[in-house]
Design a protein around this ligand. Structure first.
Ligand code: SAM
Length: 226
C-alpha cells in the first residue's frame, strides 16, 4: 500500500461519509491563505473527535494546540449550546486565524481561545477554577506530551476522555534509541500512562492523506494522583 492509495481511500471515505462542509472548508482556506502549516487533523479524524465528544456527551472540552481552529470547530460542534471549549495556542497568528474561523462557524459563544505557551496557561486555568473537563484533546508540541497529559489528569474526573494525536510518528515510536525529541516525547507519554493506575488506554495506528501515524486514547477510571 502506498501514500497515493491511502490518500485515495481517505478521499473516498470523506466524500461518502462526511461530504462537503462549507464552514470547515472555509476555515482550511483561511488558514492556508494566512500561511498556516497544513498540520490540522484530516476530515475523518476531525469527525472522529466530534463523534467521541458526542458519545461522551461532553459539555466541557480542553484542547492543547489550536492552529487555525479546524479540530476546535469539529469538537465544539459536539457541545450543547451552554457547553464550553477552551483551546490553547502559542502562536499569536494561529490564534488570530482560529478566532476568525470559530467566529465564522458561529461557535464563538462556546469557544475560548487562550494565546500563550500551554504550560504557562494551564496553571492559570487551574487557579481560575476551570475543569474538570469531559474531554481533553492534546495536539501541540510533542516533547511536552507527558506534561500535558499530567495536566489533563489534574483537570479530569472519573470518565474523562483524553486523546493525544500523532503518537505513532511514522512508526518511529517503536524506536527506543530515536534521537527525535517528538518521538521521545510520545514514548514518555506512553510510559506515564502505563504507570498510572487510574487510567485505561490504547493507541491506534492510522494511515491516510497525512501519512502513517496514530493516536492514543485514554479514559480516566479514578481520579489519578499524578
Ligand atoms: N489541533 C489542530 C487541528 O487539528 O486543527 C492542529 C494543531 S497543530 C498540530 C499544533 C499547534 O500547537 C500549532 O498551532 C502550534 O503553534 C501549537 N503549539 C506548539 N507548541 C505549543 C505550546 N507550547 N503551547 C501551545 N500551543 C503550542
Amino acid at each position: 500500500m502506498t501514500q497515493d492509495r491511502w490518500t485515495a481511500v481517505d478521499q473516498y471515505l470523506t466524500a461518502t461519509l462526511i461530504g462537503a462542509d462549507p464552514t470547515l472548508d472555509a476555515a482550511l482556506r483561511a488558514s492556508e491563505t494566512a500561511g498556516l502549516p497544513s498540520i490540522n487533523v484530516t476530515p475523518g479524524q476531525g469527525k472522529l473527535l466530534h463523534l467521541l465528544a458526542r458519545v461522551q456527551q461532553a459539555r466541557s472540552i480542553l484542547e492543547v494546540g489550536t492552529l487555525g481552529g479546524y479540530s476546535t470547530i469539529w469538537l465544539a460542534r459536539a457541545l450543547p449550546e451552554d457547553g464550553t471549549l477552551v483551546t490553547l495556542e502559542i502562536d499569536p497568528r494561529h490564534a488570530e486565524v482560529a478566532r476568525a474561523n470559530v467566529e465564522r462557524a458561529g461557535l464563538a459563544d462556546r469557544v475560548e481561545i487562550r494565546q500563550g505557551a500551554a504550560l504557562d496557561i494551564l496553571p492559570v486555568l487551574a487557579e481560575q477554577g476551570y475543569g474538570p473537563f469531559d474531554l481533553v484533546f492534546i495536539d501541540a508540541d510533542k516533547p511536552s506530551n507527558a506534561d500535558y497529559f499530567r495536566w489533563a489528569l489534574r483537570f479530569s474526573r472519573p470518565g474523562t476522555v483524553i486523546i493525544v494525536d500523532n503518537t505513532v510518528r511514522g512508526g518511529a515510536v517503536a524506536d527506543a534509541a530515536s534521537t527525535d525529541p517528538a518521538v521521545q516525547g510520545v514514548r514518555r507519554l506512553h510510559e506515564l500512562i502505563a504507570a498510572e493506575p487510574g487510567v485505561t488506554a490504547t493507541a491506534v495506528q492510522t494511515v491516510g492523506s497525512k501519512g502513517y501515524d496514530g493516536f492514543t486514547l485514554a479514559v480516566v477510571d479514578a481520579k489519578a494522583a499524578t
